[in-house]
Design a protein around this ligand. Structure first.
Ligand SMILES: [Zn+2]
Length: 112
């Protein structure tokens, strides 16, 4: 279990508690309280989804590294790394699954 999965589960638990509060407030005749409690439900659900995606990305990277030991010609994951996703392909991190960019990222990191 990665730390991301643990955090995702905590967010789901918090979203469930907030959803319970929302339902209780709505049934007790407090619509504004119910509406206010909806925000943490949506926020925590979104956070849980992001952490869950990060967990699956780490599992995919580990599986890719495991397969790469057997077959060094294995294709990189798509996207190759999360930094490339957020930078539009301009930057790559040291966990990049494209071996060329991994070497370049290490070289660039050592210069700083
Ligand atoms: Zn990359």
């Amino acid at each position: 279990m990665t730390p991301h999965r643990r955090t995702a589960r905590a967010c789901i638990l918090g979203a469930g508690l907030a959803a319970t509060t929302t339902v209780y407030a709505a049934s007790a005749g407090h619509p504004w309280l119910a509406l206010t409690a909806t925000y943490p439900v949506l926020l925590l659900t979104w956070c849980a989804r992001q952490y869950h995606a990060a967990h699956h990305r780490i599992l995919a990277e580990h599986e890719w590294a495991r397969r790469r030991v057997v077959d060094p010609t294995i294709r990189p994951l798509s996207p190759c790394c999360l930094l490339a996703t957020h930078s539009g392909g301009a930057a790559h991190d040291d966990r990049c699954t494209d071996t060329f960019w991994r070497i370049v990222a290490h070289t660039w990191k050592d210069r700083q």
